[in-house]
Design a protein around this ligand. Structure first.
Ligand code: GTP
Ligand code: SPV
Ligand code: MN
Length: 584
């Protein structure tokens, strides 16, 4: 219950539409979480995993047709279609409400309606924003408890401030034909029907903290981004914070909790966030970032003691697994877990055999509190966040993109981000491995026209001379045999070191038309099994490939017409000319 009239009225209105058997206001307590877990164990929504090896770990098997974000069913409903831009599916707001309200009508009969007040960001931070999600899924409530600051304190803040983002969610019939994720940025509201999975259903995450927040951030002069935030501490005790945007399933969680390799004694990594950053320019001229989330909804496959020991260990207790396989003794199992065990049941609970594809779903996930991460930074609770030294864009590119490059200043960095592309992954439904433009890793998440978004990014240039340096990385370049050229994971620290050295003006670079690239001797590869030729391949810029790349960027920009900032178009053209002249 609440003393906020607007909230109280909205909850009544939703109950009248959806007609639940009961309405339950969630207080976010541990006792309440336990109660929901027990309820789901009873209904079969959760299965208990081996409590000796994995205390308080549970497995949720989602509907097999509901295993990832559904970009083709995700809409941004602004009054003018142009404001949503070609990067979003659009529907006229009144039509969208009518369509989805028709689905919501009576959908909670026989169910309990849960009211979840939550806060994105530290509860006392001026940069944090609150929301209320109404849902009929106890699984969503349990996940929101881990992923956000949920319950009493959030409700108090809402009552104090009087503002909140409204999110209405129902799993409906889990019918892909009756599934929509609708955003109304002008109304600060979200309506999601027919999916119980991840970003479709945990509305604080992509729907609020990215699509709605990016829209608000533009109006208010800040940035809401699909970025991890990591602190890199040198043996001398100097810490730099880096914010990095890679598309879904392209390495944010892994980089955010990287373990320095044996060769890097004395280095320490601090995780502030693994998926979303809200960044504000402060009076000191620096860009400061907070992580609006309180937990991780991370990709399970590939997580093992070598690739990501921090994650591997933190998910041995108090974790909700979604769509992993299981062993005979009910331990969670996934591809490349490398624990010597074998799956007995696949992610759908069917007997597993080697011919039935991966045992765990490629987009199977863990939900875990950030406080369980051994490298969790105390600064993640800081009111104003952490000051960012470098912004890193990235993607999964078998070819073309070098291991790392630095832009020539902020505006060129915006072009590097705007032109970025990556191979699609299992984090969204649809074909995987297809190269597509994914500007700033925000293709699925920008709540307004990309052209306006790039203008907004450019607008920071004149506001400060202490903005972060901007880089681009690619851990996924492959050789002719299809093998990764770079070892990745912990060894990525070597690239972060070069990035920091560049920020501090401590190292020179090779200047190319597309940006500054490390001189091979400046990238520390000591102890790695990398010969000169491989390093040369990793750092190579092929002029012909890049002319094609820039041509594709031009084609992409064209979709946005005159709204594309002239500055970006001109810079792109200049680089293309420089590449051509270099060849001549
Ligand atoms: P979302 O949660 O979907 O936003 O994904 P993310 O960007 O956090 O990706 P995550 O760190 O979970 O990594 C996704 C997949 O890429 C996992 O299977 C990882 O094992 C793999 N991966 C991460 N970092 C590297 C790397 O440096 N090299 C290679 N080869 N694979 C990596
Ligand atoms: C992503 O796809 O980028 C995720 C997972 O972080 S989800 O919450 O499903 O969007
Ligand atoms: Mn993500």
């Amino acid at each position: 219950m609440t003393n906020n009239k607007v909230l109280g009225h909205w909850v009544e209105e939703v109950a009248a539409l959806t007609r639940p058997d009961q309405v339950r206001w969630c207080d976010g307590s541990d006792g309440e979480y336990r109660e929901f877990i027990d309820l789901m164990l009873e209904t079969g929504d959760l299965r208990e995993l081996n409590q000796e090896t994995h205390p308080n770990c549970y497995l949720h098997r989602s509907d097999p047709s509901d295993v990832a974000r559904v970009e083709h069913l995700t809409f941004v409903c602004t009054k003018n279609q142009e404001d949503a831009g070609p990067n979003n599916h659009w529907m006229e707001p009144a039509d969208a409400h009518a369509l989805i309200d028709g689905l919501f009508e009576g959908c909670m009969k026989g169910r309990t309606m849960y009211v979840i007040p939550y806060c994105m960001g530290p509860i006392d931070s001026p940069y944090s924003r609150c929301g209320v999600e109404i849902t009929d899924s106890p699984y969503v409530v349990a996940n929101m408890k881990i992923m956000t600051r949920m319950g009493k304190a959030a409700l108090e803040r809402i009552e104090r401030e009087g503002t909140f983002v409204r999110g209405l969610h129902s799993i409906g019939e889990l019918d892909p034909e009756r599934r929509y994720i609708m955003h109304f940025p002008e109304e600060l509201s979200i309506k999601s029907y027919g999916s119980g999975y991840g970003g479709n259903a945990l509305l604080g995450k992509k729907c609020h903290a990215l699509r709605i927040a990016s829209y608000q951030a533009r109006q208010e002069g800040w940035l809401a981004e699909h970025m991890l935030i990591v602190g890199v501490q040198s043996p001398e005790g100097e810490t730099h914070y880096i914010a990095a945007a890679f598309p879904s399933a392209c390495g944010k969680t892994n980089l955010a909790m990287l373990i320095p390799p044996e060769s890097h004694k004395g280095w320490k990594i601090w995780t502030v966030g693994d998926d979303i950053a809200w960044m504000h320019l402060r009076e000191d001229g620096r860009l400061w970032a907070i992580n609006p989330e309180a937990g991780y909804f991370g990709v399970v496959p590939g997580t093992n003691a070598d690739t990501n020991r921090n994650a591997y260990e933190m998910i041995t207790h108090d974790t909700i697994f979604t769509n992993t396989a299981t062993t005979l003794d009910e331990q969670p199992w996934w591809e490349n877990k490398d624990d010597g065990k074998h799956p007995t049941w696949d992610w759908q609970g069917r007997p597993y055999n080697d011919h039935s594809g991966p045992a765990a779903h490629p987009n199977s996930r863990f939900t875990v509190s950030a406080s369980q991460n051994p490298s969790y930074s105390p600064e993640a609770e800081a009111k104003y966040g952490v000051p960012i030294s470098a912004i890193v864009f990235g993607g999964r590119r078998a070819h073309v993109a070098p291991l790392v490059l630095q832009s020539r200043g902020w505006a060129h960095g915006v072009l590097v981000g705007a032109g970025a592309a990556s191979e699609t992954t299992a984090a969204a439904t649809g074909k995987t491995g297809v190269v597509r433009r994914d500007p700033m890793a925000m293709k699925p998440f920008c709540g307004y026209n990309f052209a306006d978004y790039w203008s907004h990014w450019l607008s920071f240039e004149n506001k400060s001379d202490k903005l972060p340096e901007i880089f681009h990385v690619n851990w996924f370049r492959k050789n002719a045999d299809g093998k990764f050229l770079w070892p990745g994971f912990g060894e990525n620290l070597r690239v972060l070191r070069w990035i920091i050295d560049r920020c501090e003006g401590r190292v020179d670079a090779r200047h190319t038309p597309i940006g500054h690239i490390p001189k091979p001797a400046d990238l520390d590869v000591s102890g790695l099994d990398i010969d000169d030729d491989t390093l040369e391949q990793l750092l190579s810029v092929n002029d012909i490939e890049w002319r094609i790349e820039l041509d594709e960027v031009a084609g992409f920009f064209k979709e946005f017409g005159d709204r594309v900032p002239k500055r970006l178009a001109e810079m792109r053209l200049k680089i293309e000319k420089d590449l051509t002249n270099r060849a001549a």
